[in-house]
Design a protein around this ligand. Sequence first.
Ligand SMILES: [Zn+2]
Length: 193
Amino acid sequence: MNNHPGLDQLALFAGGDLPAWPALRLRAHLCLCAHCAAEVAALRTARLELRSAAAVLPAGLDWNALEAEMSANIRLGLSAGAIVDEPAVVDLNVPEPAGWRLAVVLASLSFVALAGWWLRNPVNLRPGADSAGAVLSEARPDGLALQSRGAALTLLNQPDQPAVTTVSWDGGARASFVDSETGQVTIHHVSAQ
Ligand SMILES: [Zn+2]
């Protein structure tokens, strides 16, 4: 038989990497050619031996030497990376201009101090009292008070009736209580305009 397949075809077939149709043709040839069949068997044996040899670590492997070599390679890589990134490294010894940071800190402290002063001033917490002639409505435990230019008008609740008094930020004050005998609900609503 003269038409033998090439050694590359036999190697691909032995490794199972030959496509289906060429593999079918080669398999038919192997049934008739003892020479190529022996070649394929030898290739398969060599393949198995190579795979088993690769799975076993070589005898006399010096782990310490291998570790030292790997560490040296890692340090070399890190050094090379540091050299490449050198323009991007910020030198911490160079003093940065701290003027803007100081300005931000001072602005924050000023805001806190201003807010604290404003909140400590009780006039600022009363709605409608931001000018001298403004009308001030105020909810008191005994009723609602309406003050303007020194004069005051107070709506007194029943002394024995628990009342709910609320003040809204639009300058209005509201008090409501329930008469225990009649069940009547009384609501006072004073609005400063
Ligand atoms: Zn052959």
